[in-house]
Design a protein around this ligand. Structure first.
Ligand code: C2O
Ligand code: CU
Ligand code: CU
Length: 512
């Protein structure tokens, strides 16, 4: 069990307790991979219904769209008879799905009623530094923040979440996160599922632990601080391992890894193939068929799933296989076991009017030969490499120096470097630690050139804002920052493992 006892003797709400409460046999939660229909017991594990987050399209006047987002505390029931204290955005837990169009002027009024400071970041968006919602755009309790920007990027699935300095992990864990969808004409013109809630469905995956009293159990041990928070329960749009009743035989799932730290290896229990159609920055030039898709924290992938056989299938996360690049020795398997995510019951599905298309939309690419600037970055976990017993001291102490990029921990008053607008750069991002780190850059959708000089993953052929860096891997990315300059206000680049980020694995750059 990954749950830990609470200091003070309060017991955590473990999976065993959960099974007792619900009367489910433990084998139901660890199905072997196979085809065929599910047993009654297996079905029981997925008794909750899939929750479709309400769509918030703002209030539109011509091409200006106004949103009001109220950040506040609430309660949500994740388990029968239990109430969990949460953070929410216009609802009890997490945020609604916001929808904007390329060409819009988006206006977000963000009101903070949480009782603590926060910041709200638009992850994946190209926008002025002052509108980014990073750690410099603090919204004090009872305060309000206005973020306005022109939407200048392609149709894609992005998200928004807390970016409060050193508090991003706990705030996102409690619920400060949601999906943001961008539409454009090229996307509208595709013959693919796009009826929200019918055949176009958000799947926001977050793992959580709970205390016996129903409250969220956040980081409670040294290994968790080091690995980042991993929970034994998987929420999809705020519901624990739910069942989606498919209304159509071809489903488009917009999958967002909104977890704090967990890496998922998505696959269906019967190993059926599915198509990857989009990554962080929008569509791939054509659908690519896979049977498994890796998704690190912060990454998004849109997939098409054919359920015309009208069965019940389970979306799972498989354990990282030996060749999966984990290679972490003692750090390995511990947080990387098999998990159920959700069931799709397609028995009542109607025939989809769509087929998997041959082509999609080619992302706008830049010639790597045009890059004149090179930077190299290395993500490290200081004490672990050097031996010398520094690790515990650093983790217990002031927090400086343990999680670094190029040997430095985040400092709000230090700008690490400046990039020139419109000048392509190649960044070589390395990882000399024994853990994987999802590397994220604000205000840009970049190209992934290679991994250790070799090929990239399927979803990395599209535009990305977050890319997984495995231990001892070096990934080269090509970035161009367009549109906005600001001599003083920086953007962030960081590990999107939120506990690593909070402990300093972050830096700042300006665009000049
Ligand atoms: Cu998704 Cu700097 O964040
Ligand atoms: Cu971001
Ligand atoms: Cu990290």
């Amino acid at each position: 069990m990954l749950n830990k006892s609470q200091p003070g003797g309060r017991k955590s709400y473990s999976r065993r307790d959960f099974l007792k409460v619900t009367g489910i046999c433990a084998t139901a939660l660890s199905l072997p991979l196979r085809s065929g229909s599910l047993s009654a017991r297996e079905n029981d594990a997925f008794f909750r219904a899939y929750v479709l987050p309400p769509l918030d399209e703002g209030v539109r006047k011509a091409n200006q769209v106004n949103f009001i987002l109220n950040l506040k505390r609430g309660y949500q029931s994740f388990f029968p008879g239990q109430q969990t204290a949460t953070f929410g955005i216009n609802q009890a837990y997490a945020g609604q799905v916001l929808r904007i169009r390329k060409g819009d002027k988006a206006v977000f009024r963000v009101n903070n009623q949480l009782g603590e400071d926060t910041a709200l970041h638009w992850h994946g968006l190209r926008l002025p530094a002052a509108m980014d919602g990073g750690p410099h755009q603090i919204i004090p309790h009872a305060g309000s923040w206005l973020s306005t920007f022109q939407v200048r990027q392609a149709a894609s699935t992005c998200w928004y979440h807390s970016h409060q300095h050193k508090r991003t992990g706990p705030q996102v864990y409690q619920g400060l996160a949601g999906m943001l969808i961008i539409d454009d004409e090229a996307g509208d013109a595709l013959d693919i599922p796009k009826r929200y809630g019918v055949d176009d469905l958000p799947v926001i995956i977050q793992d959580r632990d709970f205390n016996q009293d129903g409250s969220f159990l956040y980081v409670s041990s040294m290994p968790e601080r080091m690995h980042g928070k991993h929970g034994v329960y998987v929420l999809v749009n705020g519901a624990v391992t739910p069942t989606l009743k498919a209304k159509s035989t071809l489903l488009r799932l917009r999958v967002l890894n909104g977890s704090n730290a967990r890496l998922y290896h998505l696959a269906f229990h019967d190993k059926r193939p599915f198509q990857v159609i989009a990554s962080d920055g929008g569509f791939l030039d054509k659908p690519v068929t896979v049977r498994q898709q890796r998704l690190a924290v912060g990454e998004r992938v849109e997939i098409l799933v054919d359920v015309s056989d009208r069965r019940e299938i389970i979306l799972k996360s498989l354990p990282a296989d030996a060749g999966g690049g984990m290679g972490m020795g003692m750090m390995g398997g511990m947080f990387d076991g098999e998990m159920d995510i959700m069931k799709i019951d397609a028995r009542q599905a109607e025939v989809s009017p769509h087929k998997v298309p041959k082509t999609l939309v080619s992302p706008e690419k830049v010639d790597p030969a045009s890059a004149t600037v090179r930077r190299s970055m290395v993500m490290s976990m200081g004490g672990m490499m050097g031996g010398g017993g520094g690790m515990m001291g650093r983790m217990m102490g002031s927090g400086g120096g343990m999680f670094t990029i190029n040997g430095r921990s985040m400092d709000m008053s230090r700008i690490d470097f400046s990039v020139r607008r419109d000048v392509p750069e190649i960044w070589e991002v390395g990882n000399d630690s024994p853990m994987h780190h999802p590397f994220h850059v604000h205000n840009v959708q970049f190209q992934v050139l290679d991994r250790n000089g070799g090929p990239v993953e399927v979803h990395e052929t599209g535009l990305k804002d977050t890319v997984l860096i495995n231990p001892r891997e070096q990934v080269r990315i090509l970035l161009v920052f367009r549109d906005y300059v600001d001599e003083t206000l920086p953007y962030m680049y960081h590990c999107h493992n939120l506990e690593h980020e909070d402990q300093g694995m972050m830096g700042q750059f300006t665009v000049v």
